[in-house]
Design a protein around this ligand. Structure first.
Ligand code: NAD
Ligand code: ZN
Ligand code: ZN
Length: 238
């Protein structure tokens, strides 16, 4: 895990201190940037501290400004994976990872075509996740989590775009972004393994759930969901 690095170093890798404080509000604490952040520096990090309550930082790519201490508090509240996400525009700095529990992702090829994709075969993905105990990154550490409807079967057209989506889904799986532990919006069950915002097609020849084919926009939609988690074609370059 990349979490061995100090939180303060992660903030300073992706934000620079601004000298002229803009007359804006901090998007995290909603107070004016010219007022100090009301977050306290975690005591474990006080030694050698350089992020002060009045320090205002600017993200190096998107340029959004906020209290650096507010951003540090937000980082310390999350998975602390060495990545930051701008709370204004959602730009990701570093490699965002999720909290997907242990399991396996298998890929098969099926000769039959999907509705709407008559010219190619089908890629079948099978996700298997067994029940387990929640870790510190989950909502209720030490408590069990359940796994409903596993193994889950998912389908992609076996064409260029479908294969690209498959490669990006493999990256998302490695980064633990496909599932999370939480409350199922379908069943209301808590402490269970649920999809994490990257839509999958779980029906091959029918569309009873609305998560089936045909859906001419599906591949574009899932590409943008992957991108919003930081998984883009750049991740496939050597
Ligand atoms: P959820 O209900 O919290 O929803 C999270 C996201 O997943 C939402 O965006 C939702 O639109 C999407 N989603 C909901 N049902 C889906 C489905 N059948 N296929 C693909 N995407 C779906 O997520 P959840 O609790 O993980 O899944 C919803 C329910 O669907 C669960 O009860 C699960 O058991 C069941 N399910 C069963 C299978 C199966 O193969 N038997 C596959 C997927 C989901
Ligand atoms: Zn603030
Ligand atoms: Zn931004």
């Amino acid at each position: 895990r990349a979490s061995a690095q100090r939180s303060e170093d992660v903030i300073q890798r992706y934000m620079e201190v601004v000298a002229e404080v803009p007359e804006e509000d901090c998007i995290i604490c909603m107070d004016q940037l010219s007022n100090p952040s009301s977050y306290d520096m975690p005591s474990s990090e006080e030694a050698g501290q350089s992020i002060l309550p009045e320090t205002v930082g600017k993200f190096i790519k998107c340029g959004h400004t906020l209290h650096m201490l507010c951003m540090l508090a937000m980082y310390n509240n999350g998975t602390k994976d060495g990545s930051l996400q701008c709370p204004s525009c959602k730009t990701i700095y570093g490699e965002k990872t999720g909290t997907q529990p242990k399991g396996k992702m298998e890929i098969y090829s099926v000769a039959q075509s999907l509705p709407g994709h008559p010219d190619c075969g089908t890629i079948q993905i099978i996700y298997s996740i067994p029940p387990g105990i929640q870790g510190p990154e989950h909502p209720n550490p030490g408590q069990p989590y359940t796994c409903r409807g596993f193994p889950r079967f998912c389908f992609l057209p076996d064409n260029d775009k479908g294969r690209k989506v498959l490669e990006l889904l493999k990256v998302a799986w490695m980064r633990r972004l496909i599932f999370t532990v939480g409350t199922s919006s379908t069943t209301g069950e808590q402490d269970t393994v649920v999809w994490n915002g990257i839509h999958h097609k779980t029906e091959m020849m029918s569309n009873l759930s609305g998560h089936g084919y045909p859906d001419p926009n599906y591949l574009e939609n899932v590409l943008s969901e992957l991108a919003s988690q930081g998984v883009t074609e750049d991740c496939l370059k050597p």
